[in-house]
Design a protein around this ligand. Structure first.
Ligand code: SF4
Ligand code: SF4
Length: 93
């Protein structure tokens, strides 16, 4: 079981210029600005669940980690966060 990040649009302040999560995410093109709504959006299949975006968004608390069902690959919205992948684990392959 691993996690992916999810952005709560009601809390995200990207429309005011915040790009912290986008700047800090170590994965290219994984958390991006959704131009249509001016909020951050996670491209779930690319997310490694490293938690960095959640940490840098701690002031606005707009990012939650949700687990992914390993058999279906679907995000379990509202599910209890699985153990965070350490960075080494996330990038080992
Ligand atoms: S750091 Fe938080 S508030 Fe800022 S753009 Fe990312 S999700 Fe939105
Ligand atoms: S959890 Fe890590 S890989 Fe996923 S969007 Fe956040 S910073 Fe990027």
């Amino acid at each position: 079981m691993y996690n992916v990040a999810w952005v709560d649009n009601d809390k995200c302040i990207a429309e005011k210029g915040c790009r912290l999560c986008i700047m800090y995410c170590p994965e290219a093109d994984t958390i991006m600005l959704d131009e249509s709504v001016k909020k951050a959006i996670v491209i779930e299949p690319r997310c490694k669940g490293c938690d960095l975006c959640k940490v840098v968004c701690s002031t606005h608390n707009a990012i939650t980690m949700f687990p992914v069902d390993p058999t279906t690959g679907k995000v379990i919205m509202g599910g209890e966060e699985a153990e965070t992948a350490g960075l080494g684990q996330a990038y080992s392959g």
